[in-house]
Design a protein around this ligand. Structure first.
Ligand SMILES: [Zn+2]
Length: 485
């Protein structure tokens, strides 16, 4: 036998052994069996909860973005809450933070338990009436939906939470664990006035939480990744947020006698280089945890690939990067060019041109790494400035905590055929401010939202399905029963 043949046989045997190992590993990974516990969901009056959401939507608590806007609607919203949830207001101690943010505290009977905390934001993004089927702040109820700005993001979740508590109180429920509800008033504009000050108040008063639950996460059809049923994704962390300004400077002049590579050309080149030079993809802890939770329930081929993610890593990263923008955003820092500015008139060569790149920082990276990368890519002729509002990625919350386990148990109780899994939340929300008062910060929105309805968030014809609102109310009531009794 020639040496070449021996080498060939050895390589073929090694590959064969590796494939056999991967097959055995796949077969030995058994699907997660959901233990279905029966429970009696709280009775929810569908019309009552729909009407409360409708009334909430009718008060346009817009995020105050500049001096032309006011906070006038927020006191009206507080008065509405007081009327809509009388028992909660009787049972809870209410504290106003920075005039418009709300903290409710319902004292539990067992002081040895750390309190549980639920977050929501009162503010909503603006909604110009153009294109809406109904006026955006009408709260109109039609075809089984409550329509209007904020019906999904996130007055729906806030009303479901408060209605869940109100129903429990109507039933005479007395929590052992103290319950906090913290509602900021500027989440859609960084949360620095609302949630940030609430967290500061909590820290100053030495209040720590067993868990914090905020909006975020998502319920997705599992078929996109080869899983029967729905994926209930629980955000255990948030990617970081960074706006970078790229600025090019050159001599100005008249556009009738242009020279090559003026400031706009240079700025456009820089934007193009950033777009074409992504940062390296990587497996952050929450992404590894997500695939570990989901892989056992995947269909055979997908299961084979994801169970052997460590061996097939380069191939898998490539597939996730090109599969769709969401899977790509899970494995890397992303760059999006969002604003550009040149001359003030069309016939002027500007002395400077600038563009904003919105960066979402992967959980295992930080702003310094991103700034260094951008500087290297655009070269030294382009000024790189960090704009205000930067937030580093948050820590990753523990998925072996008792609170996480209660969360997944409750999801399995209330919803049929849901597979809970942790994941990195790719957007930003108020929860990021609460790591100073809690280690177990989770983001979960207990609504099964259709693809059509999902695209309506921050857009026209936002609406919430009333059956889903009822389910979410039962979810919060059950979670509180499970975690606060
Ligand atoms: Zn929101």
């Amino acid at each position: 036998m020639s040496v070449g043949l021996i080498i060939l046989i050895t390589i073929a045997s090694a590959i064969g052994a590796l494939i056999l190992f991967m097959i055995i590993r796949t077969v030995l990974t058994k699907p997660v069996k959901v233990e279905k516990r029966s429970f009696e969901p709280v009775p929810v009056d569908k019309d009552r909860v729909a009407q409360k959401l409708s009334d909430a939507v009718r008060i346009p608590t817009l995020t105050v973005l500049d001096d032309t806007m006011s906070y006038d609607e927020f006191p009206k919203y507080h008065a509405f809450l007081e009327k809509a949830f009388p028992l909660l207001h009787k049972a809870a101690e209410k504290t106003l933070i920075n005039n418009y943010s709300l903290v409710y505290k319902i004292e539990g009977s067992d002081a040895s338990l750390l309190p549980g905390c639920f977050l929501a934001h009162q503010d909503v993004v603006p909604a110009p009436a153009e294109g809406w089927e109904v006026p955006p702040f009408s709260g109109e109820i039609k075809d089984g939906y409550v329509y209007g700005r904020g019906s999904q993001d996130m007055k729906g979740q806030m009303i479901a939470l408060l209605e869940g508590i109100e129903i429990l109180l109507e039933q005479g429920f007395k929590p052992a664990r103290t319950i906090y509800c913290c509602f900021g008033h500027d989440e859609e504009f960084t949360g620095k006035e609302g949630a940030k000050n609430i967290a500061k108040y909590l820290q100053e008063n030495n209040i720590r939480f067993e868990y914090v639950i905020d909006e975020g996460g998502t319920v997705l059809d599992g078929s996109i990744i080869g899983v029967d049923g729905m994926l209930a994704l629980i955000g255990t962390c948030e990617k970081g947020y960074l706006d970078i300004e790229l600025k090019a400077k050159k001599n100005g002049g008249h556009s009738s006698s242009p020279y090559k590579r003026n400031a706009v050309d240079l700025m456009a080149e820089a934007v193009y280089y950033v777009a074409m030079t992504p940062m390296k993809s990587s497996w952050s802890l929450p992404v590894k945890q997500m695939f570990k939770a989901i892989a056992p329930n995947m269909k055979p081929l997908m299961k084979f690939i994801f169970v052997n993610r460590d061996i097939l890593s380069p191939l898998l990263k490539f597939v996730l990067a090109i599969a769709n923008p969401i899977t790509n955003s899970l494995i890397r820092t992303t760059f999006a060019a969002t604003q550009a500015k040149g001359a003030g008139a069309p016939n002027v060569l500007p002395p400077k041109a600038s563009a904003t790149i919105n960066c979402r920082i992967n959980v295992n990276e930080n702003s310094d790494m991103v700034i260094k990368h951008v500087k290297e890519v655009v070269g030294k002729n382009i000024e790189v400035n960090v704009l205000p509002g930067m937030a580093e990625p948050t820590p990753v919350s523990d998925i072996t905590s008792a609170a996480y386990s209660v969360l997944t148990t409750t999801i399995n109780e209330v919803f049929e055929n849901f597979l809970p899994a942790p994941y990195p939340f790719i957007a930003a929300t108020d929860a990021k401010y609460y790591y100073g008062v809690c280690n177990n910060v989770y983001r979960f929105t207990p609504f099964l939202v259709s693809e059509d309805d999902r695209t309506r968030i921050h857009a026209i014809n936002e609406r919430t399905d009333i059956d889903g609102l009822v389910k979410a109310t039962q979810f919060f009531a059950r979670f509180i029963e499970n975690s606060c009794k």
